[in-house]
Design a protein. Structure first.
Length: 243
């Protein structure tokens, strides 16, 4: 009788091979079981926490960005407004008119410690001709400006009728004017009237004082080149002029 052929029927696995096969089968069975409920809940909780932290961080960054952008825009608007006032003062013009009270020709310029009116060759709309400006404090609001055309008469009535525009909210004014009592002395005074001096001051200094702590003060010093009228002489050197 012929012996069975191992090549035809295959060899029987050994004990060690059976152990390895059993371990592999158990690993495959375990890997096919999937995640448990606790693992799924834990993963969801961690994901929700990460999303919450991420959204909070993005909100804080966006809020800070908006705050900084708002402050930058406010500072830019204030700087542009002050620059416009400075340009108008640098281009101040000794506008003259015939006074209906004295019947004399007077120079238009009304300057006090917290209020200023003058005529300039600069206009916000860049319109031709002369423009009358009024700068004063609007009670409880800030610094306001009024603008009106300057003709050959006194422009005060048109300035009074013009709409006041809030230029710098939450600011006060402190204005002074440069005079020259003699050839060796120059000093600042807190008022100047063209009707009395028959000329403009040598310079105007304006301090825009912030009424809120988070804002900054601004100061401009505008020298006036056309301080003297070509046909109207200053009353005297003691009035504050002479160069």
């Amino acid at each position: 009788m012929t012996e069975p052929n191992d090549a035809a029927y295959g060899t029987q696995p050994t004990g060690r091979q059976l152990t390895l096969i059993g371990q592999t089968s158990s690993k495959l069975a375990y890997s096919q079981q999937g995640f448990t409920l606790i693992e799924v809940l834990l993963a969801l909780a961690l994901t929700a926490l990460l999303l919450t932290l991420l959204s909070t961080g993005m909100y804080v960054v966006a809020r800070d960005w908006n705050d900084e952008s708002g402050r930058l825009e406010t500072a830019l608007d204030e700087s542009l407004a002050i620059l416009q006032i400075e340009r108008a003062l640098l281009a101040a013009f000794p506008h003259s008119f015939n006074s209906t009270e004295t019947l004399l020709r007077e120079v238009y310029f009304e300057g006090e410690g917290d209020r200023l009116r003058w005529v300039s060759t600069v206009s916000p709309q860049r319109s031709p001709g002369l423009t009358a400006w009024s700068l004063e404090v609007i009670s409880g609001e800030g610094v306001g400006v009024q603008i009106a055309p300057a003709f050959s008469d006194n422009p005060s009535a048109r300035l009074d009728a013009a709409e006041a525009r809030l230029l710098l909210p939450d600011y006060d004014l402190e204005i002074s004017y440069l005079r020259e009592p003699n050839a060796l002395t120059r000093e600042w005074t807190d008022e100047w009237f063209g009707s009395e001096q028959a000329a403009l001051p040598l310079a105007v200094r304006i301090l825009f004082r912030a009424t809120e702590s988070e804002r900054s003060d601004y100061e401009i010093v505008a020298p006036i080149k056309a301080w003297r009228h070509r046909s109207i002489m200053p009353l005297s050197l003691g009035a504050g002029l002479g160069q």
